[in-house]
Design a binder for this molecule. Structure first.
Ligand code: SD4
Length: 346
C-alpha cells in the first residue's frame, strides 16, 4: 500500500496521465480473444481501499478471467474489512442501529442485479450477482432480499461490530433525528459520513483481456441514515452503469444527489456521445453542482469512469476523492481526483 505522501506525489501526474487515453491505441477496442493473459485488462475503483480490492480483482484478470468475476471478487475485500465502516460487515448502522447494505453488479452486456437495505449478510455483492443470475428481477430489497439470500444458502450473521455499535451510541448522544432533505450543512453531511472521509462506497469497473466490461458497487450507505433509506449504489444508472459498447461509470458520495441526476448513466451516455471519460465525469459533477449551488459547497460526490479501451476519468465536487488503478504495468496505482472546490472533508 503506498503511503499518503507517495500517493500525493503520484497524483501530481495522475489527472493528465489517466485522463488521456492511456493505451497506445485508445480507440482500437480489442476484439474478443485477441489479447493473451492480462494484456489490455484494467480494473479501477474508488478510494484508497480500492488498492487492495483491485489486487483481488487482478488475480482474476491476470489469468485471463472475466471482468464480472473480477469485480465480484474485488468488491468483497472492503466488504470483509472490519476496519472499514462504510462497506459490508463493520459498516456504521442506520440511526436505529441496523446495518443495512446496498450493492449492485452489472455486466457490459446489460445484465444486472442489486440488493438494497439487506441485513445480516456480509457479502451483498454476491447476493446481487445471484439476483442477476438466478431471478428474472434486477433489484430485491429488505426482507425479500434477505429471504432470497437465505434460500440461496448465504450465511446469516450480525454485521454490527462492537466498534460500530460504540460509534452509534456516541452519535446517539448528540443525534438530531431529521430527514436528510432538511439538512444541508457541512457538519451534518460529515456526520452522515460517520466522520470518516476517506472511507466510502467502493465502486469498481473492469475491462478484461477479452475487452469485456463489468462493474460492481457496494456500501453500507450513509452512517446514521433513516431506517429504510437506500442510496445510489444499488440503483442501476445512479451508482453504477456499464455498457459494453461504451464503458462504465460508478459514483460515491451523497447518493441522493447522484440518483436525482441518474449520474452513472449520464457519464456513460456522455462518453457514448464522444466525451472523454474525464470530460464525462466533469459534466456529471457540474450538473449536480448547478442544481444545488449552495448545497454543493458542503457535500461530496465523485464519479469514476472507465472507457472500453481502458481510458480513465475521475471528478468530484470536493478535494479528497481518490481512486485506484491496476493493470499489467502497475498493480497499486492510487490517484487524487481533480475537484470543483479545493475544500476537503478529510
Ligand atoms: C450512499 N453513495 O449510500 C453511497 C455511500 C455514501 O457518502 O453514503 N457515501 O449514498
Amino acid at each position: 500500500m503506498p503511503s499518503r505522501r507517495d500517493f500525493l506525489k503520484t497524483s501530481m501526474l495522475a489527472a493528465g496521465a489517466l485522463a488521456a487515453p492511456r493505451f497506445a491505441a485508445a480507440t482500437a477496442v480489442p476484439s474478443k480473444g485477441a489479447l493473451p493473459g492480462a494484456e489490455g485488462a484494467r480494473v479501477i475503483s474508488t478510494w484508497d481501499f480500492g488498492v487492495p480490492a483491485n489486487r483481488a480483482a487482478w488475480t482474476v484478470l491476470a489469468r485471463g478471467g472475466n471482468a464480472l468475476d473480477a469485480v465480484e471478487q474485488g468488491a468483497q475485500v472492503p466488504e470483509s474489512d472490519l476496519a472499514n465502516h462504510s462497506v459490508g460487515k463493520g459498516g456504521y448502522p442506520d440511526r436505529d442501529g441496523h446495518v443495512t447494505l446496498d450493492a449492485s453488479i452489472m455486466d457490459g452486456d446489460g445484465r444486472c442485479g442489486a440488493v438494497a437495505c439487506l441485513e445480516n449478510i456480509a457479502h451483498p455483492i454476491r447476493v446481487a450477482r445471484r439476483v442477476m443470475e438466478a431471478t428474472p428481477h434486477v433489484l430485491l430489497v429488505g426482507d425479500g432480499a434477505l429471504q432470497f439470500a437465505r434460500e440461496q444458502g448465504f450465511h446469516e450473521e450480525n454485521l454490527l461490530t462492537p466498534e460500530a455499535e460504540k460509534a452509534w451510541h456516541e452519535w446517539l448522544r448528540s443525534a438530531k433525528h431529521r430527514p436528510v432533505a432538511n439538512s444541508e450543512n457541512a457538519d451534518y453531511h460529515r456526520s452522515l459520513r460517520g466522520g470518516h472521509d476517506n472511507h466510502d462506497t467502493i465502486g469498481m469497473l473492469a475491462v478484461d483481456a477479452h475487452g469485456h466490461l463489468a462493474g460492481a458497487c457496494t456500501t453500507s450507505g450513509m452512517a446514521w441514515k433513516m431506517h429504510g433509506r437506500v442510496g445510489d449504489s444499488p440503483i442501476i444508472g445512479a451508482g453504477l452503469y456499464v455498457d459494453g459498447e461504451v464503458g462504465g461509470a460508478t459514483s460515491t458520495g451523497v447518493g441522493e444527489e447522484v440518483i436525482r441526476n441518474a449520474g452513472s448513466f449520464l457519464v456513460v451516455e456522455l462518453m457514448r456521445q464522444g466525451r472523454s471519460p474525464q470530460e464525462a465525469c466533469e459534466e456529471a459533477v457540474r450538473r449536480i453542482v448547478k442544481k444545488r449551488p449552495d448545497g454543493a459547497k458542503e457535500m461530496q460526490v465523485g464519479f469514476l469512469a472507465l472507457r472500453r479501451d481502458g481510458a480513465v476519468g475521475a471528478h468530484a465536487i470536493q478535494r479528497g476523492f481518490t481512486y485506484a488503478v491496476c493493470d499489467a504495468t502497475k498493480q497499486d496505482g492510487l490517484f487524487a481526483s481533480p475537484s470543483v472546490y479545493a475544500t476537503s472533508f478529510s
